[in-house]
Design a protein around this ligand. Structure first.
Ligand code: SF4
Length: 341
């Protein structure tokens, strides 16, 4: 990608039309360009066959598609694939493609690294490189060799810490002029940066997942430092208030660690917090990092938690680990070029 050209990926109809007009090109070609970039994933404007050649020549002088292929990929024994991308500015970031029966989920990054420093997460421990643009975020969906049915903003970075670009990207993914993924198919996962959650609710149609870890604020603070600035109770309140005003799903992600957050007290507090709210619980296994002595709760403990939540009228599921052999599981992404990537 040429740094001096305007990338089309990342623009909405108003944005592309304004850029075209400023270069003396009829704005009516804007939506065609977006179609070719977002739906067809073209790497060069020469692939377009329904815009006059003389117009394409002018477009070529000022614009770039903004799309780029992954640098490398690695396939897990379970069929999931991890991709390594870089931006024009050299920010490495990872994307995971997860096939599961009819569902094909793409887990995308919003930053290179992360500033939130959550204790159980390799991304947080590796530090922060910078924000991705909306174009770089959606490129991770468009430029994969495989198709998708669902997109989760659950890779590297905290969406609430790059909210302007995340909102643009989420809208490109769901809009008819964009990838038209369908609003129920796109989920943004956050530690609960409250002002950003509010914006996601007001400005997008996406599902939202809150990374909870513990229903007790003090305990959560020990693992998720963001709790000090943005208490999870505020995000839960926003989710409850939004209720079913729009057709979208709210979930709490609960990474379960043996002897830490899988007790009956945790269960009872979760039930108290979530009863009657319509917010679901997604229970996830823990992936220990490095010398970490903590272990994931076992399958039985997770299934018991799920069962008791469901019995109390709270929707719950246990997500099995995927791609752990290629460090593509939840909290395992580090954005480094390993021997195999
Ligand atoms: S869990 Fe999410 S917010 Fe926390 S450090 Fe990892 S990437 Fe950042």
């Amino acid at each position: 990608m040429n740094l001096y050209y305007i990338p089309v990926a990342g623009l909405d109809p108003a944005g592309i039309e304004a850029h075209l007009e400023s270069r003396g090109i009829e704005p009516r070609y804007g939506r065609r360009l977006l179609y070719w970039v977002y739906r067809k994933g073209i790497k060069s404007f020469g692939e377009i066959n329904d815009i006059p050649v003389r117009v394409l020549k002018t477009i070529n002088e000022s614009f770039d598609t903004g799309l780029s292929s992954p640098l490398a990929s690695e396939k897990s024994a379970d069929g999931s694939v991890k991709y390594l991308f870089t931006t024009a500015g050299g920010l490495l970031h990872e994307t995971v493609w997860l096939p599961e029966e009819k569902r094909r989920t793409v887990c995308i990054s919003v930053q290179s690294g992360c500033r939130m420093g959550c204790r159980f997460c390799a991304t947080g421990l590796a530090g922060w490189g910078g924000n991705l643009t909306a174009g770089e975020i959606v490129n991770q969906v468009i430029s994969l060799p495989d198709s998708f049915t669902h997109v989760v903003f659950m890779g590297m970075g905290e969406p609430g810490d790059n909210i302007e670009e995340v909102i643009k990207a989420a809208n490109i993914l769901t809009a008819e002029w964009g990838l038209a993924a369908g609003s129920g198919k796109v989920t943004v996962s956050t530690v609960g940066v409250t002002p950003s959650v509010k914006r996601l609710l007001d400005e997008t149609e996406c599902n939202i997942t809150l990374s909870l870890h513990s229903p007790f604020p003090d305990e959560r603070l020990g693992v998720i430092p963001a709790e000090a600035m943005w208490p999870f109770a505020d995000t839960l309140r926003l989710m409850k208030e939004a209720g079913n005003r729009r057709k979208r799903r709210f979930t709490v992600a609960y990474v379960m660690i043996e002897g830490k957050n899988d007790s009956d007290q945790h269960l009872e507090e979760l039930k108290r917090l979530l009863s009657g709210t319509g917010i679901r619980v997604n229970i996830l296994p823990y992936h220990p990092l490095g010398e970490d002595s903590e272990r994931s709760s076992g399958d039985q403990a997770m299934m018991r938690f799920k069962h008791l939540l469901v019995t109390a009228g709270i929707g719950a599921s246990v997500r099995r680990s995927r791609g752990t052999d290629i460090a593509a599981g939840c909290g395992m992404m580090a954005g480094k070029r390993s021997k195999s990537l």
